[in-house]
Design a protein around this ligand. Structure first.
Ligand code: M6R
Length: 367
């Protein structure tokens, strides 16, 4: 049932070209520049006139939500808040019937997320569920929604559910932006076109980078700490990279916005600290290059996710993982893939049970 792979986690990482494709299928029509999402249509007016979109989730799904905040604010010009479900449910948040809550959950059974939306619903908010498991509690509680079509995710560390969530969140943002007319046709067409290329590009990364990433994993498997840095659209990916490493390797890892390192974490940097930069070509590129130089000046070891053809970052970094160049808004869905593989192989090098890390449950149905 692992389809020839040693672990579910690896199988699920390698399924991503298909699962992303499945999540876009019948929804994204790049040729005719059209997005079909009946769940969005159902609450279209609410979304277009929303006072706020509040994204509620936990763990990896929260990271998908954080990226969605950047994307929805950029493309739809709607205020977005991203909330840890556990915090949101126990405060006394100000919610009105002009708020739309997007609950992001692979399992659809996460207790905190479920109760958070239950409370928000009572206060009049409209609930949109972005869920993988069909018929799950969160799906049933929602007023409208869209399923990610990632298929069953067995590995406790979420991989393919995350990229499916991103694919769908992009579609939602693009559709709302189109309806609200906050995006021009050229950018809309460009992003649709790039999104359609993602399954093939993920396939290319898996084929072309796997061997190199195994080597990198061997080199760094004994590290005690890792720092993950990224800016802008890549910041949520730095957080997700760090979470994945913690879960499957038990190595302490922290994700930070790259510019925040000067406000504390840079004190950790010495020759023993690997620093992973999510440094694909985007509008912050020069800034991240100078962040990398700052780490190198302190003898930190730099592993970078770089865009194909970026000799500047490749020249500075000790090790690179290369991804195809694509629009900066879409790039994070590619950047995360090498980080998943890196975590997997480091976990394997350390002889750990990557599919069932200690202390973790696949879905957290108690608080
Ligand atoms: O099923 P959900 O998406 O609601 O689960 C949320 C988190 O529990 C989950 O993402 C968790 O952080 C994973 N172990 C991450 O790999």
């Amino acid at each position: 049932e692992k389809g020839g792979y040693d672990h579910f986690m690896l199988k699920e990482i390698f399924e991503q070209p298909q699962t992303i494709f499945d999540s876009l299928r019948g929804r994204l029509d790049a040729e005719h520049q059209h997005i079909t999402l009946s769940g969005v249509d159902k609450i279209k007016e609410k979304l277009i006139h929303a006072n706020r979109v509040i994204i509620v989730a936990c763990g990896t799904s929260w990271h998908a939500g954080l990226l969605a905040e950047y994307v929805i604010e950029e493309l739809c010009r709607i205020n977005v808040e991203v909330e840890y479900a556990s915090e949101f449910r126990y405060r006394n948040p100000i919610i009105t019937d002009k708020d739309v809550i997007i609950a992001v959950s692979q399992s659809g059974e996460t207790a905190d997320t479920l109760v958070a939306i239950e409370n928000a619903k009572k206060q009049g908010a409209t609930i949109f569920g972005l869920v993988n498991v069909v018929g799950s509690s969160i799906a049933r509680m929602s007023d409208a929604g869209a399923y990610t079509h990632a298929g069953p995710e067995i590995g406790v560390a979420s991989t393919k559910a995350f990229t499916a969530q991103l694919a769908l969140l992009y579609l939602i943002a693009l559709k709302v932006a189109y309806e609200k007319q906050t995006i021009d046709q050229t950018l809309f067409n460009k992003l649709l076109g790039d999104l359609a290329k993602v399954p093939q590009y993920v396939q290319d990364i898996l084929e072309e980078q796997d061997a190199a990433i195994q080597e990198i994993a061997r080199k760094y498997a004994d590290a005690n700490d890792f720092l993950y840095l990224g800016r802008g659209f890549n910041f949520p990916i730095a957080l997700e990279g760090a979470l994945k490493l913690k879960e499957v390797s038990y190595i302490h890892a922290e994700g930070y916005p790259a510019a925040e390192m000067k406000h504390g974490p840079i004190a950790l940097v010495d020759e023993n600290l690997p620093v992973v930069f999510v440094a694909t070509k985007d509008s912050y590129h020069e800034k991240i290059v100078s962040n990398i130089q700052e780490i190198k000046a302190r003898k930190g070891q730099v592993i970078a996710v770089v865009s194909q053809g970026d000799n500047v970052v490749a020249g500075l970094a000790d090790d690179v993982m290369v991804v195809p160049q694509i629009h900066e808004i879409i790039a994070p869905i590619l950047s995360v893939v090498p980080l998943q593989l890196l975590s997997y192989y480091i976990g394997i090098n350390r002889g750990l049970d990557v599919d069932k890390p200690r202390n973790l449950a696949k879905s957290v149905t108690v608080e």
